[in-house]
Design a protein around this ligand. Structure first.
Ligand code: SF4
Length: 207
């Protein structure tokens, strides 16, 4: 495991490591003791997270319902709250799905922005992050409202088969409504985020 081979410089540069533990592939007690020892030496917190269930992440067929796409985007914790941003090939993406889905679904969607070394990039990035319009990739994505399913191992060549259904079949509708009903809390998070981002852009412009 990468953690076992991590150099001291890596341990010194991080505050916390979360290790996803999958059924049938649990680390040995010796391995865990080794991590904890290194973590303690560097003041790093190590958390083991048993993963017994997973959330549907995308649909091969997607949906043609713009209202549903909008609802999935509006409640998307991945992009708006957890900020799982991605940088790849000189482009910035507000979520990993925006980078990967167009690639393997061959949709030709262009959901990122080019990273530019100029004065206007800070404002362009902020506008991209706060855009009130779903990405093209959201049509095939489940955001934070995919149904849960228990852990199982399937052959590599078959892993896409369960996704060959419309988005509508993979949505956890209760979770979608639940997230929409927490819109107030969610909008507060967004408001704070926008304020922090605006401050960051001002600092960027002044530097
Ligand atoms: S593609 Fe859309 S719904 Fe999926 S994670 Fe990105 S922003 Fe969220």
């Amino acid at each position: 495991m990468l953690l076992a081979r991590a150099e001291p410089a890596v341990w010194s540069a991080i505050d916390e490591v979360q290790v996803s533990v999958y059924p049938g592939h649990e680390p040995s007690k010796d391995e865990i003791s080794h991590w904890l020892e290194r973590a303690m030496q560097h003041g790093v917190e190590v958390r083991l997270r048993p993963m017994s269930k997973f959330m549907e992440s995308y649909s091969e067929q997607g949906t043609d319902d713009p209202v549903l796409v909008r609802r999935i985007y509006d409640t998307c914790l991945v992009a708006h709250v957890w900020r799982c941003y991605n940088v790849a090939d000189g482009r910035f993406y507000k979520c990993p799905q925006a980078h990967f889905l167009p690639k393997f679904l061959n949709t030709r969607a262009d959901d990122g922005i080019v990273i530019a070394d100029d004065d206007s990039f800070g404002a362009a990035l902020l506008a991209y992050l706060n855009a009130d319009v779903p990405l093209e990739s959201c049509r095939n994505c489940l955001g934070a409202v995919g149904k849960f399913f228990p852990h199982e191992e399937i052959r590599g060549v078959q892993w896409r088969d369960p996704q060959r259904v419309p988005t509508e079949d993979l949505v956890d509708w209760e979770q979608l409504v639940k997230l929409e009903n927490t819109q107030y809390v969610y909008s507060l998070i967004m408001r704070d985020r926008r304020a922090a981002d605006a401050e960051a852009v001002v600092r960027l412009d002044r530097s």
